[in-house]
Design a protein around this ligand. Sequence first.
Ligand SMILES: [Zn+2]
Length: 241
Amino acid sequence: METKPLYLTDPYLREVEAEVVEVLPESPNRWRARLDQTVFYPMGGGQPTDQGRLAFNGKEVKVYQVMLKEGDIWHYLETPEPPPVGTKVHGAIDWNRRFQNMRVHTAGHLIDYALYRLGVSPHPLAPTKADHGKKSFVQYAGTVSPALELAAVEAETNRIIAENLKFSWEFTSLEQLQKDAIYLQPGLPTGKPLRKLSLETIGSVADGGTILGTSGEVGAVKVTRIEEKDGRDTVVWYQVP
Ligand SMILES: [Zn+2]
C-alpha cells in the first residue's frame, strides 16, 4: 500500500491517525515504518526532513527522520520495540521545525518568482537546484552576473512578501503543467499526477514541497551574495526569523 502524503494537500496538518503497513529493522534500537497515510514530510527537494513522535499502545517513540526510499515514505523510529504491522498510531510532527522549513522553502520559491518578475528567470537563467536547509540558495544554469543586482533581487522578493499573495495548488498532468508552468525542471515523472503550485498574479511551477498559504508568512528575506561559477549564477540568501 502506498502512503498517502497528506502534507501535499494540507501542509498545515500537524497530526495524523494512521496504520502501520510495514516495519523493517535499521540498526540496534532503530527501525523504519511505513504508514497508510502521513503528515511527515520526507527529506527531499532541498527541504529537510520532518521529525516528531508516534504514539501507540500507551507509549511514544521518536521519529528522528523521514526518507523517501524506492518511492516509499519511511518513518525512522528510535525504539527497541516498534509498532507491529496493523497497529493504529497517532503521529505528530515537530511543528516549529516544520513551519520554519516551510518558511525557508517558500522563500526559495519567492526568490525565483522575483527573478521571474525581474525578467531573468527562466530565461536566460534556468532554475537547476535549490537548498532550503541551513545554507539556502537557488542555483541557475546561465549567468547574467554582474548585471543581476543583489539589492534588486532582495527588494523584489520582499515586495512579493509585502503583497501577501496567496498560494494555491492542485494535482494535474505533466501535459497540463507543460502548458501552465513558468518552467518545468527536467526529470519530472510521467504517468502520475504532479502538483501544480500557483502564486496569485505571478504564475505556476511544479512542486512537491510543503508551502505556506501566503507569501506574507515568509516574513523577510536577506540576499547575502550572488555568485557566478562555471556559467552558473547562484543566489545565496536567508530568511530573516
Ligand atoms: Zn519547492
